[in-house]
Design a protein around this ligand. Structure first.
Ligand SMILES: [Zn+2]
Length: 119
């Protein structure tokens, strides 16, 4: 079990690195995934032609991942009849995820361990 997982494209080429976000939950309470496209490429793999190499740096450690810069996800969620802004803004360092104060979910301002990802 690791805290980050390599994502490949349909042809088995490196696309990015996925982590589970304990702040962004599915309606059933499971953490949803965030995907980061990194300058790092998994050893022995070719980068997907669809992947951008210039978005995040990654320390290459799937057990204690560190990415830079921060990850900002902005979208909207339905709250009853109306759409409300949704923000998840984090730093991921050494296997921990720090939620900044502008997050709109329950973990704003907290730092927690990244969930383990099943194979
Ligand atoms: Zn999130």
């Amino acid at each position: 079990m690791t805290k980050a997982k390599i994502v490949t494209d349909g042809e088995g080429r490196f696309y990015g690195v996925q982590v589970l976000c304990p702040g962004c939950l599915w309606p059933d309470g499971r953490p949803s995934a965030h995907l980061l496209q990194t300058d790092w490429v998994a050893p022995g793999m070719e980068r997907s032609t669809h992947a951008r190499p210039d978005l995040w740096t990654f320390n290459g450690d799937l057990d204690r991942p560190t990415f830079a810069p921060s990850l900002l996800c902005k979208s909207h969620r339905w709250d009853g009849e109306k759409q409300v802004p949704y923000v998840c803004h984090t730093f991921i360092r050494e296997g921990r995820i720090q939620f900044l104060d502008d997050c709109t979910h329950a973990l704003a301002g907290q730092t927690v361990d990244l969930p383990e990802i099943a194979e």
